[in-house]
Design a protein around this ligand. Structure first.
Ligand code: FAD
Length: 458
C-alpha cells in the first residue's frame, strides 16, 4: 500500500493544489499535515493578526477535507522532526511540499530532504503552487533573476501557465494518526478589530465577487484611497487559500483594462519573490547599498513612535497608519507614502518600518514586505532610488476630498474638503476644529534636505 504525506505551508487550499493532486494520484492513503512550526514562532512571525487568519484557514481546510472523507492532521514543534514522525507513523513512502522562496523556506526544504532521505523516503517539491510562474523560470541572459520589473513582466506575461487542477473528490487518511485540536474560533489577544476573515471558502467568495464587480474599474480606481477599490486578496495569496495560477487565468478570462492592470500587480508579487528566491539575504540586507547612515533608533525614537501610532501631524500618513492598526491591512498607496515618510523624510532605517508592518499586516510577507520596503527606501529595485513622496501632494492627489483622512482620523472630521491635508494652514477658528491633532513632527523641507544630504545629492 502506498502512503503519502502532504505538508501544507503557504498553500492552505484544496482547489488547484498540485502536491495534493500528485499525492492522491499515486497513493491510496494521504496524510494532509500542517505543522505549527516552532521556527516560525521563534523568528517572530507568529503575530496575532496572522495567527487569527491562519486559524480560519486551518478550520476551513479541515472542513473541506472532512467533506471529502478525510481530515487535517495538525502537529506542533520543529517542522522537520514532525514531518518525519508523521511519515514514520503512517508508513509513508513520500512527502509532497510546495516550493517557497524565503531563506527559511529554502532551508526547510533542504533539511527535510536530508532527514527524509536518511529514513529512505522521498521529498517531492512542486513549483507553481505559490506562484503562477515559478521563480527562476524566466531569467535575463546574464543573471539568475530580474532586477527590473518591466523586462521581467514582458517575459512573465509570455510564459504559458499550467492547467488549473480541480479540488479532489475524496481524500482517504490512514487510521490512527493523532492530530492536535484545531485552533478555536475566538480571536487571540492583540488582534485588529477590523481584521478580515480567512479561509479558502472566504477567499473564493471574495475572488468571484471581485471578478464580477470590482476588477473592471481597477485600472482607474486602484490608487483612490477612499474608494477602497482594490481586491483585498493579498492575505489569501499570502496563506495560499487562492492559487496564483487560477487567479491569473480567471482574471485574464474576465478581460478588459481593469483585469490587465490587476494581472500586472500579481506579477509584481512574483517579481519580488523571484528576487528573494535568488537573493534570500535581501530580507535583511540592502539589495543595493546606498551607504546610508540612518539616524540611530535612539535619536529618532519619538519620531518612530509618532509614525507607528499615526500622530506625525501629516494627515494621510496618520490615516494610513491607523488603518493598519485597525484592520491589519493598508491600502498600497498608503504603504508607499508611509514607508517613504519613515525611510526618507524621517531618514529611519527601512528595517524598523518593515518590522512594524510585519507585526500587524495580515498579508505580512517576507518577499513582498521587505522588498517593497527596499524599493521605497531606494536600496532595492526602484530605478529612481532617491525620489521622496510628499505626503501633502500625495494626500491631495489620492484622497482629493479628504474622505480617507476623515475616515481614520476623527480629530479632523470637522474640516471639510481637501483642506484636511494641511490643517496647520487653516485660520484660527477652523484650525480649532482639529482639536487634539498634533503639529507636524518635521517640516517637509527639512526632512528632504536631510535625506538629500545623506545621499550626497545636495
Ligand atoms: P490589489 O491592488 O488588489 O493587487 C492584487 C495583488 O497583487 C495583491 O493582493 C498582491 O498580491 C499583488 N500586489 C499588488 N501590489 C503589489 C506590490 N506593490 N508588490 C507586490 N505585490 C503586489 N504585499 C503583501 O502581500 N504583503 C506585504 O507584506 C506587503 N508589504 C508591503 C510593504 C510596502 C512598504 C509596500 C509599498 C507594499 C507592500 N505590499 C505587500 C504590496 C501591496 O501594497 C499589497 O500587496 C496590496 O496593497 C494588497 O492589497 P490588495 O490585495 O487589495 O491589492
Amino acid at each position: 500500500m502506498y502512503v503519502s504525506v502532504v505538508l501544507f505551508t503557504a498553500d492552505l487550499r484544496l482547489h488547484d493544489h498540485p502536491p495534493l493532486r500528485a499525492a492522491l494520484d499515486r497513493a491510496r492513503d494521504v496524510v494532509p499535515l500542517f505543522v505549527r512550526d516552532r521556527g516560525v514562532a521563534d523568528a517572530g512571525f507568529a503575530v496575532p493578526n496572522r495567527l487569527a487568519f491562519l486559524a480560519d484557514c486551518l478550520r476551513d481546510l479541515d472542513a473541506g477535507l472532512r467533506e471529502r472523507g478525510g481530515r487535517l492532521v495538525v502537529r506542533s514543534g520543529d517542522v522537520v522532526a514532525e514531518v518525519c514522525r508523521v511519515a514514520a507513523e503512517a508508513g509513508a513512502d513520500e512527502v509532497h511540499l510546495a516550493a517557497d522562496v524565503s531563506a527559511y523556506a529554502q532551508a526547510r526544504e533542504r533539511r527535510l530532504r536530508r532527514a527524509l532521505a536518511a529514513e529512505g523516503r522521498r521529498l517531492h517539491v512542486h513549483d507553481t503552487v505559490t506562484d503562477a510562474v515559478a521563480p527562476g523560470a524566466v531569467t535575463p541572459a546574464a543573471s539568475d533573476h530580474f532586477a527590473v520589473f518591466t523586462p521581467y513582466f514582458r517575459r512573465w506575461s509570455a510564459q504559458g501557465l499550467r492547467g488549473v487542477r480541480a479540488a479532489p473528490r475524496a481524500v482517504r487518511v490512514p487510521e490512527g494518526i493523532v492530530s492536535e485540536g484545531l485552533p478555536s474560533g475566538s480571536a487571540p489577544p492583540g488582534v485588529s478589530p477590523g481584521l478580515a476573515a480567512g479561509g479558502e471558502t472566504e477567499g473564493r467568495k471574495r475572488l468571484t465577487a471581485w471578478l464580477r464587480t470590482g476588477v473592471a474599474a481597477y485600472a482607474d480606481r486602484h490608487d483612490d484611497l477612499a474608494a477602497d477599490a482594490t481586491s483585498r486578496l493579498s492575505p489569501h495569496l499570502h496563506f495560499g487559500t487562492l492559487s496564483p495560477v487560477e487567479l491569473v487565468q480567471r482574471a485574464r478570462r474576465s478581460g478588459g483594462p481593469g483585469a490587465e492592470a490587476f494581472v500586472r500587480q500579481l506579477a509584481w508579487r512574483e517579481f519580488h519573490r523571484q528576487v528573494l528566491a535568488a537573493r534570500p539575504a535581501a530580507a535583511d540586507a540592502d539589495y543595493r547599498t546606498r551607504h546610508d547612515r540612518w539616524r540611530s533608533q535612539e535619536t529618532a525614537r519619538e519620531d518612530i513612535e509618532a509614525w507607528r501610532e499615526g500622530r506625525t501631524g501629516y494627515p494621510v500618513v496618520d490615516a494610513a497608519m491607523r488603518q493598519l492598526r485597525h484592520e491589519g491591512w493598508m491600502h498600497n498607496r498608503g504603504r508607499l507614502l508611509t514607508a517613504s515618510f519613515l525611510a526618507k523624510t524621517l531618514y529611519v532605517d527601512w528595517r524598523v518600518g518593515a518590522r512594524h508592518f510585519l507585526e500587524l499586516l495580515v498579508d505580512g510577507d517576507v518577499a513582498n514586505n521587505q522588498l517593497n520596503w527596499q524599493w521605497v527606501a531606494g536600496t532595492g529595485t526602484d530605478t529612481r532610488p532617491h525620489r521622496v513622496l510628499n505626503p501633502v501632494t500625495q494626500g491631495r492627489r489620492y484622497d482629493p476630498d479628504g474622505v480617507y483622512v476623515r475616515r481614520w482620523v476623527p480629530e479632523l472630521r470637522g474640516i471639510e474638503g481637501r483642506a484636511v491635508h494641511e490643517p496647520w494652514r487653516l485660520p484660527g477658528p477652523e484650525r480649532a476644529a482639529a482639536h487634539g491633532y498634533p503639529e507636524p513632527i518635521v517640516a517637509l523641507a527639512d526632512g528632504l534636505a536631510r535625506f538629500r544630504h545623506a545621499r550626497g545629492r545636495d
